[in-house]
Design a binder for this molecule. Sequence first.
Ligand SMILES: Nc1ncnc2c1ncn2[C@@H]1O[C@H](COP(=O)(O)OP(=O)(O)O)[C@@H](O)[C@H]1O
Ligand SMILES: [Mg+2]
Length: 294
Amino acid sequence: MSTAKIELRGVTHDFVTGEGQLFRALDNVGFSVSPGRFISLIGPSGCGKSTIFNAIAGLQTPSAGSIIIDGREVTGMIGLVGYMLQKDLLFPWRTVLDNVVLGMEIRGVKVREAREYARPFLARYGLGGFEDQYPAALSGGMRQRAALLRTLLFDSEIILLDEPFGALDAQTRARMQEWLLQIWSDFGKTVIFVTHDVEEAVYLSDEIYVMAARPGRIRARLDVPLARPRPRHITLEPAFARMKERCLALLDEEALTRGDAPPLGAQAPSAEPALAIEPPPPSAQRLSTPGLAA
Ligand SMILES: Nc1ncnc2c1ncn2[C@@H]1O[C@H](COP(=O)(O)OP(=O)(O)O)[C@@H](O)[C@H]1O
Ligand SMILES: [Mg+2]
């Protein structure tokens, strides 16, 4: 009997293209996440990260393979996980509080009870004073907090976050990452996180799955050997940099295999805070660093 919170076994998905051809978006994807762990999926655009999430959320039944939650096969079932997309999808006509309680309402909790339950969470997690405002009055970071809180209060033990901070500026993003770690440790959820940003993946995760494209598959699984809690300055430590390099090397190898990023010359690792990995502009193309990938 497996002790995994969630497990994917042999998940394969074929889309039918406009010309009626089969296009394999996912090939035999498998992984297993222990309860309360924070894992990230990183990989080039189109490698199937969102397709994995749609399969887990039951929005798209995979062509083959299974999704197992708490030891039970749940392939194709909806409503078992909290799922948040990059776009916050707050309803502009609902107040912040009423947006946050939406997931609970869907679960059948009475609005008044849901509001009472949610209010203290808004206060505790940086939305105090904004409960009765409309989303238009909020900054990008606060909107994402509201959307995340809504996802968390949906009362699922598994949360899928698909590039939730992708549209935020670097500083807001860093604050949101710290906030997410705080809320994750408070709530004890199992989180699967998708990001393009290697530094973000390393900072947040217990484990990172590096994906490859065409067809989408898991290329490597890396443990992140960094203690928690993680103060921001951990990003400056050698162990952090080594982890980042290993991820980048795997992604570079993948890009080179695909012919996306022909080497133009060796370049020092970028000092940018957010390391976007795709699509690489010609000036940002990097050579793989296999020596650091050991
Ligand atoms: N509904 C669809 N029909 C056909 N192809 C799709 C559909 N959805 C996604 N794809 C293709 O499947 C691949 C994986 O997509 P996706 O999971 O969105 O990738 P990612 O989230 O990693 O960027 C891409 O090549 C994409 O074009
Ligand atoms: Mg996607």
